[in-house]
Design a protein around this ligand. Structure first.
Ligand SMILES: Cc1cc2nc3c(=O)[nH]c(=O)nc-3n(C[C@H](O)[C@H](O)[C@H](O)COP(=O)(O)O)c2cc1C
Length: 168
């Protein structure tokens, strides 16, 4: 078997444009956690299932591993600062954000293009990541354009002069 260069692996996936999500949860002490993730995808329509994968070395991994819920936020095109904030490791990433309480008090970030409130129904090992499968219990789609990520950068929004570089 050929070994795959990690940089080339990352660069190759840069050819795939994706949306950008922030995924939030609460731990048993009701502390809020969130990460930026573009590994999110839909899996099944009936029942409505989605998945995303998280690095098992993320500081928030224990919170997501132990929680039975998460909320996926599909970011709007003016929310690259929120993507950058949640892509930095550790700390309280929610300070100063406009937040509302979702099912079982999970934090919902206002202003996104859509959000999906999910019950975690499975977690599968996936190399250095863990794949979380969620059953969508409630979702909201707002009339906002999504943030798009490609080649390690956010694509410019309508009228924006330049690309902004993502934090990670
Ligand atoms: C656009 C983008 C997409 C990302 N997608 C993922 C992902 O799908 N899974 C993941 O584990 N980390 C992903 N990351 C990296 C995490 O957001 C980053 O490691 C973060 O610091 C984790 O936070 P934590 O250490 O506080 O848990 C992504 C970062 C960016 C900028």
């Amino acid at each position: 078997m050929h070994s795959i260069d990690t940089q080339l692996f990352r660069k190759t996936f840069g050819a795939l444009s994706t949306g950008v999500t922030v995924i939030t949860t609460l731990d048993a002490q009701a502390e809020r956690f969130g990460v930026t993730a573009n590994s999110f995808t839909s899996v099944s329509l009936d029942p409505p299932l989605v998945l995303w994968s998280q690095s098992s070395t993320s500081r928030s991994h224990a919170a997501f591993r132990d929680s039975d819920r998460f909320v996926i936020h599909i970011l709007a095109d003016d929310q690259s600062p929120i993507s950058d904030r949640f892509a930095r490791s550790g700390g309280d990433k929610f300070v100063g954000l406009d937040i509302e309480d979702g099912i079982e008090g999970l934090p919902i970030i206002r202003g996104c293009a859509a959000y999906l409130e999910c019950r975690k129904i499975a977690a599968y090992p996936g190399g250095d990541h863990v794949i979380f499968l969620g059953h969508v219990e409630h979702l909201v789609r707002h009339d906002r354009e999504p943030l798009v990520y490609k080649n390690g950068q956010y694509l410019p929004t309508a009228g924006a002069p330049a690309l902004s570089q993502a934090a990670a």
